[in-house]
Design a protein around this ligand. Structure first.
Ligand code: PEP
Ligand code: MG
Length: 537
């Protein structure tokens, strides 16, 4: 039997996992970017259209004559080669099947909605129906998954691959590179999947047993049974108790009121996180709710989750961030060309460049806003014009929904403050309803040090004082503008940073649910200027 080999790393998500290693060193990073040629995407779209026709035919056979007539009309439309031709141009330009289909159909629907003839206009709803049915059939080609229960070992792990994997049988993640601030690390913490990063490369065979002791930040290759038992027993005896039902407010020792909202990355969290411990949701990351381009463009899929989040929060605000795709959060066929990276077509830039995507989400947000205290947060805002352009999309979609007799409400639209240019010029953003500091990105852009790289993790960590100086300036400006300001970056979930964040004047923190107990008790021991309760001099 091989001798156990112990490797030290950095803990990105605590806990213990044991399982066979899945080696991903050969995985091409391009796999989650544009894996499919336009011919493959065309074939996917044709197959989805054929599946939709088959569904409609079966439905028509079970329907009464009048309903069958409507369904036959939809089948006729899907058989019309003109629809496929409309999507062709976009496929040739590099769009994935889902984006090409929705883009083409939305243009067609807009044309019908403008028609002078009432009867033609009434057909728009049929086209919307077939658009959604094909989208439903277009679930996308699965990206390279790995066996359930195994420990993923590789240079890095894409968030989309993490999300597509079934973790119910356990398992863990070991990354040669990577950092605690990457999106995949955040997801691992959300789902309590043990993860160790920055181990450097090491030798291990596919299927070889590996123990991930993420609480101790070590990885043991070929561990013996005694070692596993001891580690698991130690892990089982820890675990901080979360104080439930504590309300969404905390108070510093001198009585300053601090609002604590939840960060939600995964709709499954809504079933297990106690809503009464939070003042609503300060950040709902929508890019993690969708596993394929077809899902991202699927209005009903978004709608169901937004309604569930509003139900969870009751009367409290739910801040839903529009898709922040790009950088390390990519979907095949939508954004994320490597040349775009973190500095390119990411967040609101991508949404404005691909308005089909923005329009789907705007419609859903407008509809859901009628049912609760919903606010919209725009990612990666750099200049005020981006907010105006997005507001215009919301206004156009609201007018369209109104024409179709649907209930809507225009939500407040606020912005992430995560690009240094925006952070330095907050007074120019009178068109934003509120500000939310995204310190995860602000730190990397300020330090020119990638949040995803272990090689520059020291520099990234050193950003805290610089970030806090910008926050203090931002809070002053926001107060002068009488606009709410808060933080939704990971700094707010780390008690070590709370003194500086309080000193910078922040009073609204969005926090990862599994950190709420620590954050709450840290605030209770601090004054509003961030100093400890007992100061001896
Ligand atoms: C941030 O940048 O701080 C943030 C909250 O957004 P994300 O981590 O999703 O980029
Ligand atoms: Mg960000």
């Amino acid at each position: 039997m091989a001798e156990p080999l112990e490797i030290a790393g950095i803990s990105a998500s605590p806990g213990v996992a044991v399982g066979p290693a899945h080696l991903a060193t050969q995985m091409a990073p391009v796999a989650v970017e544009f894996p499919n040629t336009s011919a493959v995407e065309r074939q996917d779209l044709q197959e989805a259209i054929a599946a939709a026709i088959a569904e409609l035919t079966a439905l028509a056979e079970r329907s009464d004559e009048e309903s069958a007539g409507i369904l036959d009309f939809q089948i006729e439309m899907l058989l019309d080669p003109a629809l496929m031709e409309m999507a062709e141009e976009r496929l040739a330009a590099g769009d994935g099947a889902a984006l090409a289909w929705v883009g083409a159909l939305d243009l067609y629907i807009a044309g019908i909605a403008e028609a002078p003839d009432e009867q033609v206009r009434a057909r728009a709803v049929d086209v919307i129906d077939i658009r959604n049915r094909v989208l439903g059939a277009l679930t996308g080609r699965p990206i390279g998954d790995f066996p359930p229960g195994s420990v993923f070992v590789g240079k890095d792990l894409e968030p989309s691959l993490f999300l597509a994997h079934d973790w119910t049988d356990g398992g863990g993640v070991v990354l040669f590179d990577g950092s605690v601030s990457s999106h995949v690390a955040m997801l691992a913490r959300t789902r309590s999947i043990p993860m160790v990063v920055a181990t450097g490369p090491f030798e291990i065979d596919e299927g070889e047993r590996v123990l991930v002791d993420a609480t101790a930040a070590t990885v043991i290759v070929a561990p013996d049974d005694t070692h596993i038992r001891k580690t698991e027993a130690r892990a089982g005896s820890t675990g901080a108790a979360v104080k439930l039902d504590a309300g969404g407010l905390a108070h510093t020792i001198d009585g300053a009121e601090i609002r604590l909202s939840a960060i939600i990355n995964d709709p499954a969290e809504l079933a297990v996180v106690d809503a009464s411990s939070f003042a609503g949701i300060g950040l709902l990351r929508t890019e993690f709710l969708v596993a394929s381009p077809a899902d991202a463009l699927n209005e009903e899929k978004h709608y169901a989750i937004y309604r569930e989040a509003l139900r969870w929060a009751g009367a409290a605000p739910v801040t839903i961030r529009m898709l922040d795709l790009g950088g390390d959060k990519t979907l095949p066929g939508i954004g994320g060309k490597s040349s775009d990276s973190f500095m390119g077509l990411r967040g609101v830039r991508l949404l404005l460049a691909r308005p089909e995507l923005a329009r789907v989400q705007a419609r859903t947000l407008l509809r859901a806003a009628a049912y609760g205290n919903l606010e919209v947060l725009l990612p990666m805002i750099t200049v005020p014009d981006e907010i105006d352009a997005m507001r215009e999309i919301f206004e156009e979609e609201a007018a369209d929904l109104l024409r179709r007799g649907m209930q809507t409400r225009m939500p407040e639209i606020g912005m992430m403050v995560e690009v240094p240019a925006a952070a330095l010029t907050l007074d120019g953003f009178s068109n934003a309803a509120f500000f939310s500091f995204g310190t995860n990105d602000l730190a990397q852009y300020l330090m020119a040090a990638s949040r995803a790289s272990s090689a520059v993790a020291g520099l990234y960590d050193a950003a805290a004082p610089v970030v806090c100086r910008l926050i203090a300036q931002g809070v002053e400006r926001a107060n002068a503008m009488k606009k709410p300001i808060g933080i939704c970056g990971e700094m707010a979930s780390d008690p070590r940073h709370l003194p500086a964040l309080l000193a910078a004047g922040l009073r609204h923190f969005s926090v990862a649910p599994n950190c709420i107990a620590d954050v709450r008790s840290a605030i209770a021991g601090l004054r509003s200027d961030g100093l400890p309760a007992v100061e001896r001099n």
